[in-house]
Design a protein around this ligand. Structure first.
Ligand SMILES: Cc1cc2nc3c(=O)[nH]c(=O)nc-3n(C[C@H](O)[C@H](O)[C@H](O)COP(=O)(O)OP(=O)(O)OC[C@H]3O[C@@H](n4cnc5c(N)ncnc54)[C@H](O)[C@@H]3O)c2cc1C
Length: 597
């Protein structure tokens, strides 16, 4: 029995019928992408993740990455070979432009591959993920010379990238960072300071590491307006592009963490040797935060995928265990019979709750990725603007709800195991521990909620969210036409959208005038917004499956009926909880402000 089996049929269903891969692949610039070829690539990627990456997950957790006395970091057994194979197969470059050696595939395809990589081994996946963020930044903002110097090797994965934002006093408040960058006569900068929590800041998987470092120049204004972004390679390059002198950046420690133990989380010191590490400015001085924002949607979506990937992996384990473990007797069986726990209604509730959450989340995340593709490759300005707006709205949902569900659903999977889940040898506990970081990094989920209320809700004076509500409500006609089978889905979605519309109106009317009230309601609003958006996705799923059932083979019928059933369960039993969050959204800041701690 493999440790992880990529859910290719489920992924394909979403790609084909919800995210409309066919139409994404027909966008300008994706002419070489054939939908059928995409499914072959995904199958190949699935085999790679199942056979090579997933088996390293548990060993990586036990062994962890280790910092040696000389400041080098050794990753767990098997990681170097697996990473070499990953680079050799070209998996890291699939979504990046062909001119720098990438595959030029849509982000939608990359996200599906990322789901499998994360399910297989989240700690391992962090290295390609951070590299992807760094590549994205360079693609958008670096000079042509820097792109030609760094991108081919980073896109191939021979070199890996890091993102250096956090400092001890500057976490969510990035504007508080103090790392210095002093300009030199030769056009370079000298970087001094300490960065903490830098994922894969040092490791043995690649021959060079390209750090992207946020720092302040001497004349920089305070706060986020005074941040610049620099390329600081671990090894400087000689004129012929070969690796030259070691730059002045040192890993002075790695953190002992609750999870993702194989991912080295480094304290990096810049300038220990004296004059500072050599850095190269990206774009203009003081524009670093603006540059970060252009890649933020992609990076946040990728972290949302971590919630999905781990929930899926833990769910697979829970199903297997529930079929093997025998306890008690389900009513209707003779005395002395022992039932597999999968037969108990309460265990089935836990399993179906996991499946429904995973399917809703996969739908939201893949739609989010498709919106990013439309934003960058849409045929005209209006199409690109519509894609960007939907991506802006869905990103806090993918990141915030996705990673919260990652924690909740892996925990529910552990619950299915009973006491054995709490025992490390079973393996499911690792997924709960690994999942816990995702609501914290790449903007805590509190910051995601504030982003939704403070930046996304005011878009076009509330009309962007209004359009999303209308889009969800517009499904009513199709659901009505689908008849009695989907009646309860129709009713639940209509109720959910109406409740969300009501609190949205309240926030628009009160939030702008009383920002503390809006901030106080932000987290329950994000949850409600996400659950209703998940309901819309489940309704789309039910409609697509119902339409396909008409001409389905007996083998496909079970799969499609399962899709309708899961959508119905979500809408009848989970979605109604969304309306219950309304009072928390509109409660105002009164009691939060008055509470004494
Ligand atoms: C394993 C791991 C890997 C990481 N990898 C990287 C990396 O590669 N590169 C990198 O630069 N950083 C990385 N980080 C850092 C990570 O991004 C930060 O931990 C995160 O941004 C939160 O900052 P903080 O830890 O200082 O928490 P704080 O900012 O101190 O937040 C503490 C709490 O206060 C809340 N809070 C803070 N400010 C506000 C506000 N304005 N409004 C409302 N609530 C607020 C937060 O939501 C949170 O609940 C990593 C961290 C970890 C643990």
């Amino acid at each position: 029995m493999p440790e992880y089996t990529a859910p290719l049929a489920d992924m394909r269903f979403v790609l084909e019928h919800l995210a409309d891969l066919q139409s994404v692949a027909s966008l300008p610039g994706f002419d070489h992408v054939e939908a059928d070829a995409v499914y072959s690539v995904l199958e190949e990627s699935a085999r790679f993740m199942e056979d090579l990456v997933a088996p390293l997950n548990r060993g990586g957790d036990l062994q962890g990455s280790v910092r040696n006395a000389d400041g080098t970091v050794t990753t767990p057994d098997g990681f170097v070979a697996a990473y070499k194979a990953y680079v050799g197969a070209g998996w890291g470059g699939v979504v990046f432009p062909a001119e720098y050696g990438g595959g030029g595939f849509p982000w939608l395809v990359g996200i599906a591959m990322q789901e499998m990589l994360t399910s297989a081994n989240m700690a391992f996946s962090m290295c390609p993920l951070l590299n992807q963020g760094a590549v994205d930044m360079l693609l958008h903002h670096a000079s042509e010379e820097h792109k030609e110097t760094y991108l081919p090797k980073m896109i191939s994965g021979e070199w890996t990238g890091t993102m250096n934002l956090t400092e001890p006093q500057a976490g969510s408040d990035v504007g508080a960072l103090t790392t210095k960058a002093v300009p030199q006569d030769d056009g370079t900068y000298r970087i001094t300071g300490t960065k903490i929590f830098i994922s894969f800041g040092e490791h043995d998987l690649s021959e060079n590491i390209i750090h992207l470092v946020l720092a302040r120049t001497p004349s920089a204004p305070p706060g986020t307006k005074g941040i610049s972004c620099f390329i600081v390679p671990k090894y400087l390059l000689d004129d012929d592009g070969s690796l030259g002198a070691r730059n002045d950046v040192t890993c002075v420690g790695i953190e002992h963490k609750m999870g993702i133990k194989a991912s080295p989380t480094c304290v990096l010191s810049y300038g220990d040797r004296g004059e500072g590490a050599v850095g190269f400015l990206i774009g203009e001085e003081n524009a670093g935060m603006r540059y970060m924002f252009t890649m933020m949607n992609n990076a946040r979506l990728s972290v949302g995928v971590e919630g999905l990937g781990l929930a899926e992996r833990a769910f697979q384990m829970a199903v297997t265990y529930a079929k093997e473990r025998k306890q008690g007797r389900v009513p209707g069986y003779p005395a002395g019979h022992q039932s597999a726990i999968v037969e108990h209604p309460d265990v089935r509730r836990m399993l179906l709750t996991q499946r429904a959450g995973i399917e809703a989340l996969r739908g939201v995340i893949y739609l989010n990725a498709a919106a990013l593709d439309r934003a960058s490759h849409g045929a005209d300005e209006a199409a690109r603007a519509a894609g960007a707006e939907l991506a802006d709205l869905l990103t806090p949902v993918s990141k915030g709800w996705g990673t919260d569900l990652g924690v909740e659903l892996t925990s529910l999977a552990l619950q299915v195991f009973g006491g054995m889940g709490y025992i490390e040898e079973t393996g499911v506990a690792q997924h709960v521990r690994d999942a816990r970081i995702a609501p914290i990094y790449e903007g805590t989920n509190g910051i995601q909620a504030i982003d939704l209320v403070g930046r996304k809700l005011p878009m076009r004076g509330g009309a962007a969210v209004g359009d999303h509500l209308d889009r969800m409500a517009a499904l009513d006609a199709d659901l009505a036409a689908a008849g009695a089978d989907l009646a309860s889905i129709r009713e639940a979605l209509a109720d959910g959208v109406a409740a969300l519309r009501s609190v949205t109106d309240w926030l628009l009317a009160n939030g702008l005038a009383n920002p503390l009230d809006a901030l106080a309601g932000a987290t329950p609003y994000l949850r409600q917004f996400s659950m209703v958006t998940g309901g819309w996705v489940m309704a789309l799923q039910a409609l697509a499956a119902t339409a396909l059932l008409a001409g389905a083979t007996p083998a496909d019928r079970a799969f499609l009926e399962g899709k309708v059933l899961t959508a119905r369960f979500y809408c009848e039993q989970l979605l109604p909880q969304a309306a219950g969050l309304g009072p928390a959204v509109t409660a105002t800041n009164r009691d939060l402000a008055a509470a004494v701690f």
